[in-house]
Design a protein around this ligand. Structure first.
Ligand SMILES: NC(=O)c1ccc[n+]([C@@H]2O[C@H](COP(=O)([O-])OP(=O)(O)OC[C@H]3O[C@@H](n4cnc5c(N)ncnc54)[C@H](OP(=O)(O)O)[C@@H]3O)[C@@H](O)[C@H]2O)c1
Length: 278
């Protein structure tokens, strides 16, 4: 069985993947809270020297898009310096490297949709810039897996878009949904299967592990439809108005799914499936 080291295994994506992969790979999941800090080169080298693994799935990151604008140094240290530190050791150990990246590397121009693996990134905000800088470090030698708005169904501490909206609407909170924007909400279980494929058929390159694109308004409408919630609580709003005091981010950011064996289900398919399974 292949040995896979997962960084960021306490995060939204990593914790779900670690659960799903329990019987698929031999997992090593060092934790930040236990002193595994990718920004501390010496201690990182010492920890990794004592471990044996065939692949690294690098999910650990600074992920707060809005705060990244003020906490640039911290974001840069984790998303750029940290990647360099980790990648260097993995190269020495000849381990395959999967780097988790984001759709936020693109500027989200309608005329450029849908973005493919060949599209040239040009991120708008600091978070996107730091993730692209991370891509540039590993490019050509690693599999770069871009995600967008990953979601899951269990009660994880960090709420994703699905749970945030569902819980607000269950509590009868009025909310605004952007109607002139594109994004690709993606089921983490599908991402896990896509990443499993990338490990089992490892080939350096760029991969878009994303579901179908929607406008946020349409995605919220589907949550109302499948979970019997009140759509009249949802008011459409423009991208400009909603995000005017937030970090710059892509507006029309539909990504084209990569041509993999793994099928990435649409938000609607997954919502329908969640009801039949519960
Ligand atoms: N969530 C999204 O919307 C989204 C969208 C596109 C791409 N992505 C990418 O997907 C990956 C996973 O995202 P996520 O949402 O699961 O992230 P997350 O929930 O914010 O988790 C981040 C993880 O990184 C760890 N970490 C932070 N600083 C570290 C350091 N210096 N050394 C070692 N570990 C550190 C955290 O540990 P603690 O738990 O101890 O803090 C946590 O396990 C990231 O690369 C992100 O850029 C995410």
């Amino acid at each position: 069985m292949k040995k896979v080291l997962i960084t960021g295994s306490t995060g939204l994506v990593g914790s779900r993947i670690a659960t799903l992969w329990q019987d698929k790979f031999q997992l090593i999941t060092p934790k930040y809270e236990d002193g595994f800090d990718i920004t501390e080169k010496d201690s990182l080298n010492k920890i990794l020297d004592g471990l044996q693994f065939d692949f690294v799935l690098h999910l650990a990151a600074y992920t707060n898009v809005d705060k990244a604008e003020e906490e640039r140094e911290l974001c840069y240290n984790i998303n750029v310096v940290g990647v360099r530190n980790l990648f260097e050791v993995c190269q020495k150990k000849k381990a395959g490297f999967i780097y988790a990246s984001t759709a936020f590397v693109f500027p989200g121009k309608l005329s450029e949709n849908p973005y493919t693996e060949k599209s040239i990134p040009d991120p708008l905000g600091f978070y996107g810039k730091s993730k692209w800088a991370g891509e540039e470090i590993v490019k050509g030698k690693a599999a770069i897996a871009r995600f967008d708005y990953p979601y899951r169904f269990d009660n994880f501490s960090k709420k994703d878009i699905f749970r945030t909206i569902k819980e607000l609407l269950e509590n009868k909170v009025k909310l605004k949904a952007v109607e002139d924007m594109k994004f690709n909400p993606t089921f983490i279980d599908d991402i896990a299967r896509g990443l499993e494929e990338l490990i089992n058929e490892f080939s350096p390159g760029i991969y878009h592990l994303v579901g179908k694109d929607y406008t946020p308004y349409d995605a919220f409408r589907l949550i109302c439809k499948y979970y019997d919630l009140d759509l009249s609580l949802v008011e459409p709003i423009s991208f400009f108005e909603f995000y005017q005091n937030k970090a710059p981010r892509p507006q029309y950011n539909a990504l084209k799914q990569s041509n993999l064996k793994t099928r990435f289900r649409s938000f609607e398919e997954v919502l329908a499936m969640s009801l039949t399974k519960s």
